[in-house]
Design a protein around this ligand. Structure first.
Ligand code: CA
Length: 616
């Protein structure tokens, strides 16, 4: 208080000297900071943050730009300006002038940029893709000079399990060949926006500025360069976005744009129950629904109120700004069902209104297929809800994969778990638009989940590379990285070779089992790139017998047969049983060994998978 009083006295004494002309009011922020001419949606809503700006009128003198109105909130320091942009508005810069009592109090230069050629018609990720997931702080340190940045609270410290380790965008850019050589066609990095928190925000999910790349990962320019290089190498870029919550150090937390900008519980912390079933449950109480979706995800993550139109518009425009600015090919949305489901539905529609081919995958971490299916676009939901979210993640299948290779076979145990999980596909509206993964940055590492058995890991890999849906691979499993999911730091270890002075370099000098596994993964995923059957073929599978699971992926012209023998012993298939598929083909080639396969006498070694390309 004392400091403020002194500042006011200082201001008062300064006034007489410039009383003839008041200085223009300082504007702290205008977001989005620019937009584009020629967007499908003619409306644009700007958040303007300046002291006592509320109640000002706005004027623009530029052909094709009209101020349609302003919106005020309960906070005098914010004004939302609604602009209408004509379809033929030209790219260019103009002033937005703000007036109070007939006097211009401030102005702001705004730019409508020119869109990249064919921007609206960009393609997105599909079942033809295999996505590589990595955490940029833990992948490669391409620029040690950004490990400790002015203004950023936390400095890099590789010895801290939950600290920042210094990995960055430049490090990713430098190793794109490694990812492409593995057969991956898309990159999903955990969030790269500013997380200026005191601790434990290396993962990126506590965003403190939705328009700023975290300085410790690099600059906006570094991100653009990485995206461009990805595209040159045939890698699509999927940005991880987080609308459900922001970091409690977000700049607006000091002066919220509106009281209901976030969910506040009378100043008390209320954590989410994480019970996502409440959102679709026709019997759920309002109490339980509210706690699940309005409770905070963590003490350090304030829960956003997307039911507020202004918040909703803010995030919809923010996502479009990133798509257009860096040329994104897709979005992964965090903690999907925790956000207002009507707002999220509108977000999907508005993104596709601008980019009709655009794909979005939502993290609905639900391990029961019938509950997960609710969240996919065009699901046949009894309450009539259509999420419009194209892609969901197959958590039920991930659980099945972890168990299948780790237990004694039984009626419902062992390899039949994979069959049973896929037998639930009738519940899903679109089985091509399901992300298939053995793990992610929040789950136990696949190698650890299969008891560090390389044969089991290879069978799981063959399954992931050949089953229906969009494949997702987690960084490091190709070089046998281990980690128990109970501690996040264990599953997010630094990639060997990403830091100068690392004892080994798995980017370039892989040895032994690590080299063998990398080659196995690369062979399968590079083959997947060339196989229409694996990328979008129909799936037909047979009930496992003797722990042998056989399925076929088929298009009009291509067919791939997959045999996963989870039995310890060599098994010979009864060809007659698979005649409905095999009868159409004369020859087969084992993709792993390259040798020909006699289709009348297929034998598979114990604990081994075979991927067989069939020819007529
Ligand atoms: Ca760095």
């Amino acid at each position: 208080m004392k400091k403020i009083a002194l500042a006011l006295i200082a201001l008062a004494t300064a006034i007489p000297a410039m009383a003839h002309k008041k200085p223009l009011l300082a504007i702290n922020r205008v977001e989005p900071q620019n937009w584009w001419a020629g967007m499908h949606n003619s409306s644009l809503q700007l958040l303007v943050n300046a002291r006592n700006i509320s109640g000002a009128t706005a004027e623009v003198d530029y052909p094709g730009v009209k101020v349609a109105g302003t919106v005020v909130t309960d906070n005098a320091n914010y004004l939302f300006v609604n602009l209408e942009l004509a379809a033929d508005v030209k790219p260019g810069k103009f002033d937005i002038k703000f007036f109070k009592d007939g006097r211009e109090i401030t102005k702001h230069e705004y730019e409508l940029k020119e869109r990249a050629a064919n921007s609206a018609n960009r393609m997105s990720f599909t079942s033809e893709d295999a996505i590589y997931l990595l955490m940029p702080d833990r992948f490669a340190n391409g620029d040690p000079s950004n490990d400790d940045m002015p203004g950023m609270v936390e400095k890099a410290n590789r010895k801290a399990d939950y600290g920042r380790h210094g990995g960055d965008l430049k490090g990713v850019t430098e190793h794109l060949d490694y990812i492409a050589d593995l057969g991956m066609t898309a990159l999903w990095m955990t969030p790269i926006l500013e997380n200026n928190m005191e601790a434990s925000s290396y993962h990126g999910y506590a965003i403190t500025d939705y328009y700023n790349v975290d300085a410790r990962l690099g600059s906006l320019e570094d991100y653009k360069v990485m995206c461009d290089k990805c595209h040159e190498k045939g890698i699509k870029v999927i940005m991880d976005m987080v609308f459900n919550h922001c970091g409690t150090n977000h700049w607006w937390m000091k002066d919220l744009p509106a009281k209901d900008w976030i969910f506040q519980w009378d100043g008390q912390y209320h954590g989410s129950s994480y019970r996502l079933s409440t959102v679709a449950d026709m019997h759920a109480s309002q109490y339980d629904l509210k706690l699940a979706t309005e409770g905070w995800f963590d003490h350090t993550m304030a829960d956003m109120n997307l039911g507020n139109e202004l918040v909703k518009n803010y995030f919809i425009q923010n996502s479009i700004w990133w798509i257009e600015t860096v040329g994104l090919d897709g979005i992964r949305q965090d903690t999907y069902p925790y956000s207002d489901k009507e707002a999220m539905r509108e977000w999907n529609l508005r993104v596709r209104e601008e980019y009709p081919n655009f794909n979005i995958v939502g993290e609905a971490w639900i391990s029961q297929a019938e509950k997960l299916a609710y969240w996919q676009k065009d699901a046949n939901n009894r309450d009539g809800y259509n999420s419009e979210l194209p892609t969901i993640m197959d958590f039920p299948l991930m659980s099945a994969l972890h168990a299948a290779f780790n237990e004694n076979p039984g009626w419902d145990e062992g390899i039949i778990r994979l069959y049973n999980s896929l037998a639930n596909d009738y519940l899903y509206a679109n089985t091509n638009n399901i992300l298939v993964m053995g793990e992610n940055h929040d789950a136990g590492r696949l190698f650890t989940c299969v008891n560090k058995n390389i044969k089991s890991l290879k069978m799981a890999t063959a399954f992931l590379a050949t089953v229906r849906g969009i494949a997702q691979w987690y960084v490091g499993t190709e070089v046998l990285m281990e980690g128990d999911g109970a501690r996040h730091c264990e599953i997010r270890r630094d990639f060997d070779g990403g830091w100068k002075g690392d004892a080994k370099d798995n980017f370039k000098a892989r040895k032994g089992n690590e080299a063998d596994m990398y080659d196995y993964v690369a062979k399968l995923f590079n083959y997947r790139k060339t196989s229409d059957a694996l990328r979008h073929g129909d799936l037909l599978h047979f009930l496992p017998a003797n722990e042998v699971y056989v399925y076929f992926r088929t298009t009009a012209n291509d067919c791939v047969m997959v045999v996963i023998n989870n039995n310890a012993d060599k098994q010979t298939l009864d060809s007659a049983r698979y005649a409905e598929c095999l009868a159409n083909y004369a020859t087969g080639k084992d993709i792993i060994s390259g040798s020909n396969v006699d289709l009348s006498n297929i034998s598979v070694d114990g604990k081994t998978a075979m991927v067989i390309e069939l020819k007529k």
